[in-house]
Design a binder for this molecule. Structure first.
Ligand code: AMP
Length: 502
């Protein structure tokens, strides 16, 4: 009865016969079987249709992470709707933009925000869902019967995810049923997920990493999931002896390394640690291997493309690289309209069934980034070595142009990170009266013993003069968002007047 709906039928078929098997556990809640998961999704779908959701309608959701929220995601897709998750950190003013842009039929929010969101929800039906899975949505879901998923084709939209909006307004990336299904199926095979796996899921579910990579891959494998409301070192370390896989952002790994309870013994049952969404430091990779005996598998992707590259499961997982294009994904590195040579830096473009359908109601933006022949211009600077491993060098807009020369922050960051006593660094360009932009390094020390002169002398002789930071600033930590990405935009703003006369 599920076969008319492309994504749902594929997700559901993967766990056929598993109705009474556990899919997920959640702290202080009863576990949920595969059968209950899909039955709950059907009830959600029925409730959404009763609220007026028609095929193609958006369902905007800003809620905490619960199993009910996962059922709402599946139920939206079953109802033929388009799931639109929103970061729980967004303010009411930010939400107003998304609701105005996406004009959803239904808005689901936390009861705590109901009054504020009601003011901006317009004609949308507003319902609530709290951190325990209760709210007015639950009231209209409970007691509903089975639901036959609405027919949806491979090319129909399943989700819109707004990009983090580091430049200009946030854009809604339109993802089709096939985008999501094909990528999850590829990842399940590439990373060898099976129904024997137990995945620790501590990522947020408003982002591609936690919602699609982690949740869909587990569903495609018929794997079990330990759902945690968020990153919690105690809970992750508790789960590890009985789990097999963890998907995380780099900060998960640095935070776990800071805990003495992370040992080889504790990680003995694990078969795979995956990192992505932000660059994993080589140092973290090495420390992790020394401590646990596991080499973290780093992959690369973005909201618009799902996952594009990954280090191999069986082959050499090379620290500092994001591996090879996934099966079915083409990648090329371009500069001045042509592909660059080995080890040369250019802008990474990708093509394949992973690539989104364009930006919601922004045909000009779509045309700027998605070529008519299907190549998507990622905006990430990258290089590929002779063995085919891709390395991400940073965002194109983070490139610093000083005195007419291009400086790639990653090159300088890598050298600074190698200086004894440095934990990590972020190199940015800030306005400078002579050079246009000046290179500035923000450095986090491992302890109090590090001086700026030590960093300067370590860079001397290693870097051309124009690449050397005009100023080095020590900070206790780098600003990061919930996905662990360093907020260079915030740093550029903070230090924008460093070299100005005023
Ligand atoms: P988002 O759309 O929020 O998932 O952000 C995607 C961006 O995160 C990419 O364009 C990259 O700049 C960055 N990113 C994701 N994975 C990696 C990785 N493994 N290494 C470096 N950067 C990454």
């Amino acid at each position: 009865m599920y076969d008319q709906n492309h994504l749902i039928s594929r997700l559901h078929a993967a766990s056929a016969g598993y109705e009474t098997r556990n899919f997920a556990t959640f702290p202080a809640r009863a576990s949920v079987t595969f059968g209950e998961l899909f039955a709950g999704a059907e009830r959600n779908a029925a409730a959404l249709v009763a609220m007026g959701v028609q095929p193609g309608d958006r369902v905007a959701v800003q809620v905490k992470k619960t199993i009910e929220a996962i059922q709402l995601y599946l139920g939206t897709v079953m109802a033929g709707g388009v799931f639109l998750p929103l970061n729980t950190a967004y303010t009411t003013a930010e939400i107003a933009y998304f609701l105005g842009d996406a004009t959803p039929r239904v808005v689901v929010c936390d009861p705590e925000r109901e009054d504020a969101i009601r003011e901006i929800a317009g004609d949308a039906k507003l319902v609530t869902l709290d951190a325990k899975g209760y709210g007015s949505l639950t009231d209209s879901v409970v007691g509903r019967g089975g639901f036959t998923p609405v027919a949806r084709e491979a090319d129909d939209l399943a989700a819109i995810l707004y990009t983090s909006g580091t430049t200009g307004r946030s854009k809604g990336a339109m993802l089709s049923h096939h985008n999501l299904a094909s990528n999850s199926a590829t990842l399940k095979d590439y990373w060898q997920f099976t129904d024997q796996d137990v995945l620790i899921h501590a990522l947020p579910i408003f982002h591609t990493h936690g919602l699609f990579v982690a949740t869909n891959v587990a569903l495609f494998a018929g794997a079990r999931v330990v759902f945690l409301p968020g990153f919690d070192a105690d809970a992750i370390l508790d789960a590890m002896p009985n789990a097999t896989a963890l998907m995380g952002v780099p900060t998960f790994y640095t935070r776990l390394l800071a805990d003495d309870r992370l040992t080889r013994d504790r990680a003995a049952n694990m078969r795979l640690f995956i990192s992505g969404s932000a660059p994993l430091l080589v140092d973290t990779h090495e420390q992790w291997e020394a401590r646990t005996g596991h080499r973290i598998l780093e992959r690369y992707g973005m909201t618009e493309t799902n996952m594009s590259t990954s280090n191999p499961y069986d082959g050499d997982r090379r620290a500092g690289t994001v591996g090879f294009p996934l099966p079915g994904v083409e990648a090329r590195i371009m500069a001045d309209g042509a592909e660059v040579g080995t080890d040369e830096i250019g802008v990474l473009e990708v093509r394949g069934s992973n690539v989104f359908k364009g930006y919601w109601q922004m045909p000009e933006k779509t045309a700027e980034e998605l070529r008519p022949d299907g190549w998507f211009i990622t905006g990430d600077m990258a290089k590929r070595d002779a063995d085919g491993y891709v390395t991400i060098v940073g965002r194109e807009k983070d490139l610093v142009i000083t005195g007419g020369f291009n400086v790639y922050p990653k090159e300088i960051e890598s050298l600074i990170d190698d200086v004894l006593g440095v934990l990590e660094s972020a190199v940015i360009g800030v306005p400078h009266p002579d050079f246009g932009e000046a290179v500035v390094a923000i450095v986090v020390a491992e302890n109090n013993g590090l001086s700026i002169d030590q960093i300067k002398s370590a860079l001397d002789g290693q870097l051309a003069k124009f690449k050397q930071p005009k100023q080095i600033i020590l900070l206790p930590e780098l600003p990061r968002n919930t996905m662990g990405k360093v907020q260079k935009k915030a740093l550029r703003e903070t230090y924008s007047t460093l070299f100005s006369d005023g």
